[in-house]
Structures are given as C-alpha cells and as structure tokens.
Design a protein around this ligand. Structure first.
Ligand SMILES: Cc1ncc(COP(=O)(O)O)c(C=O)c1O
Length: 390
C-alpha cells in the first residue's frame, strides 16, 4: 500500500518520545512561551517580521480576513479574487465574512493562477484583494502577479499552506504579498498534527491577528500595545483590563503542544523539502515521455517544495485508466485539492455568479494526485513510475 501519507512526523518515533517528555515536564500546556518562541523562529525562517500561530491553516485564513475587516481595510461587499483551484477554507471565510468571492482561473500546466488569468478577470471586474493559493508546492508567476496588484492597487495575500519552502524569482512563496497563511496539518511539509500561521511584515495586521485569535481581547499583545487599546477605550483597573473585548474574534488559539511539535519538525524542514523535491524530479522526468499526460511547467521555480505528485491527463477517460492502474498497485489517489471550487455544493448554495474557469475545470476532470513524502522508498518510486508508463 502506498497511502497519501505514511507518518504524522518526520522522525516519528523520536518526535513522539520528545513530545511525551515535554508533556510530562511542561508547567503549562495552553498557549504560552513555546508558542511565542515558535512565532519568532518561524518568522525568521520565512524571512518575515512577524508570525502569528493558530490552531490550523483554515483558522489562519479565517483570522486573516477577519483582521483585515477589523482594520477597516476590507469591507462588506468587497470583491476578492481567489484561486478557483483551492481548498474550501480559502474561500469559505470570504463568504462567511460578507465579501464577494471572484474565482481566478488557473493554468493546468502550472496548476496555478498566472498573471494573465488575473489580468483576464480584471477585464470583467475590479478586485479589492487577491487571495492566491500556491497549489501543491507549485506556484504561478507570482512576481508578475505582485506587479499587477501593485499597479492596480490590489492587496495580495498568499495561501501558502501547500508550498512552504518553494522559491521563485529569489523569493520564498509566502513573501510576495502583504501576508501569507501556512498549515502544519499532517502531510504538509512540517506537521504539528493540527496548526497553522500567518506571516506578515505589517505590524498592525499582526497585532489585529492576535486580537482575532483570542476572542477579541488584548491579552497576547505587548504591554505597549495593550496601553494603546486601553487608553483608546478609556479602560482602567485590572478587572476591566483583562475582560475587555475590542473587536470581533474567535478562539483560534494553538496549544504549547502545537508549538513544541512545530519547533521539533522545523528542525527537519529543509530535509523534508529536499526529499520531496528529489521524489518530484524523479517521477516528473519519468512521466514526461508519456504523451497521455500534460507536462507540468515549473521552469520558473528555482526550488520546488513539492506537496504531492499531481498528474494531469489529456482526458477524463485516460484519468480513469491510470487511476485503475494505480489502485491495482494499492496506491491511494485523490482529486487535485478540491477541483474547481465553484462546482462544490457549498459554493453553489451561496454564490450565484459563475465565472468561466476552463483551466480549473480541466484539472477537476482530468487530474489526480498521490502522496509525495520522505518515507517513500525507491521501491515505491519504481511501482509508481511503472504504473504511469504508456
Ligand atoms: C491550500 C490550503 N489552504 C488551507 C488549508 C487548511 O489547512 P488546515 O488543514 O491546517 O486547516 C489546506 C489544507 O490542507 C490547504 O491545502
């Protein structure tokens, strides 16, 4: 059996032992110093001024949109462009928080929104912000997307939950826009079982994210920031200080266990990404000769921190044929993220405007993926590549 994922952690046994020891000796397990330590280390690793840790990547997405609304940068009814080929938690917060989602098509060869896809959509409608998903460790021409956003005065956020470590134009994905989200769920490049974060250079945003993360109060801000909020609202006295809710929020807090695991796995992040890239390159080279598939284009990417191994077939029939071959070898396969998300029931229920997205439709109808993770053996790679032969 080659499942989508074998282990929760790289160096699983060692990590579980360290976790047991941590739980036995930690004086506190709810959000505290370890979370703060992880935020500092991860911000530095990613090359951003700040990182705010959450209990999941989906929570990071939700908090990001709520924080921009609380700051008055986004308002009810604003149109937000998002990748049609994405995960539910990228678009659900837009609907839940009263914004209007506008899907951006993707290019099947890169699996991602390209600047021409964004440009095409901008011919039909204006956008206040764009929330791009860097799909499966690949990415579109983010440098050109950034340029276009700057020229049109559009905010750019990246959902980098699937592309931690990818580099293009000498920049890490997640650092092209105003903010980016990350997921540390099992099967991602580093796992804390559940977990996620937002990275940004915008200090006002980071402050608001910490308010949104904890019910709208100020307890996790610096004392300088707390002073500012308390003075602004004329709050005095310790009792009121601690129980004042300044803006809309949720409880999206991580635990010290989340942070401990994230710090542990961060030690292996580079190794994890390198191994995934190696596997991607081996399989990519093997299937390039098979003209039943669309060759993936990643020439613009200097380091491809692969999340999975996608295959885009030339027709749905060809896809069925190869899925059958893989299943015969006990290989677990799945659709590419959630396909064209406009075709999902929740989307159709709430959003009546439909936009053409032929690229995302093609990936939806003709694509699939299987797992790519460090524990795949050379024997596994042999099974996978021979099932993908012509
Ligand atoms: C693109 C993308 N965004 C967001 C998420 C949500 O992350 P989480 O599962 O940590 O909530 C995922 C999950 O895999 C994802 O693939």
């Amino acid at each position: 059996m080659i499942p989508l994922m074998k282990n929760a952690f790289l160096y699983e046994t060692q990590t579980k032992k360290e976790l047991a020891e941590f739980i036995m000796t930690a004086s506190r397990l709810s959000m505290s110093d370890k979370c703060q330590q992880f935020e500092q280390v991860f911000a530095k690793t990613q090359g951003r001024k700040d990182c705010v840790l959450f209990n999941s990547g989906g929570s990071a997405n939700l908090a990001l949109i709520q924080a921009y609304k609380n700051l008055g940068v986004l308002s009810d009814g604003d149109k937000i462009g998002f990748s049609a080929l994405t995960w539910s938690t990228n678009v659900m917060p837009l609907i839940q928080l009263g914004l209007i989602p506008v899907p951006l098509d993707c290019e099947p060869q890169t699996l991602n929104v390209m600047s021409y896809n964004l440009n095409d959509r901008l011919q039909e409608t204006d956008l206040k912000a764009v929330f791009i998903t860097n799909a499966l460790g690949l990415a579109g021409d983010l440098d050109k997307i950034r340029e276009l956003c700057i020229k049109r005065n559009i905010l750019l956020f990246e959902d980098n939950c699937e592309a931690l470590g990818t580099v293009l134009s000498a920049t890490k994905t997640g650092n092209f826009g105003d903010a980016a989200t990350f997921s540390y769920f099992v099967a991602h490049h580093m796992s804390s079982i559940e977990g996620g974060s937002v990275c940004t250079d915008n200090q006002d945003l980071a402050e608001m994210l910490r308010i949104v993360r904890a019910n709208g109060w100020d307890r996790n801000l610096t004392s300088e920031q707390q002073h500012k909020w308390r003075n602004r609202h004329e709050i005095q006295g310790e009792l009121d200080d601690k129980y004042t809710f300044y803006d809309l929020g949720f409880n999206l807090r991580p635990t010290e266990i989340t942070a401990f695991l994230a710090l542990t796995q961060l030690r292996y992040l580079e190794e994890n990404c390198l191994k995934r890239e190696r596997i991607f390159k081996i399989l990519d080279a093997k299937i390039r000769g098979n003209d039943n598939f669309l060759p993936l284009n990643h020439d613009h990417i200097s380091f491809l921190s692969a999340f999975a191994f996608p295959v885009i077939c030339k027709s749905p029939q060809v896809r069925d044929y190869y899925i059958q071959r893989l299943e015969k070898e006990n290989v677990e396969v799945r659709p590419v993220i959630s396909g064209n998300i406009q075709r999902q029931p929740f989307y159709k229920k709430y959003i009546k405007d439909e936009y053409k997205a032929p690229g995302a439709d093609m990936v939806h109808d003709c694509g699939f993926y299987f797992g790519n993770y460090p524990e795949l053996t050379d024997e596994d790679l042999e099974i996978l590549s021979s099932a993908l032969m012509n």
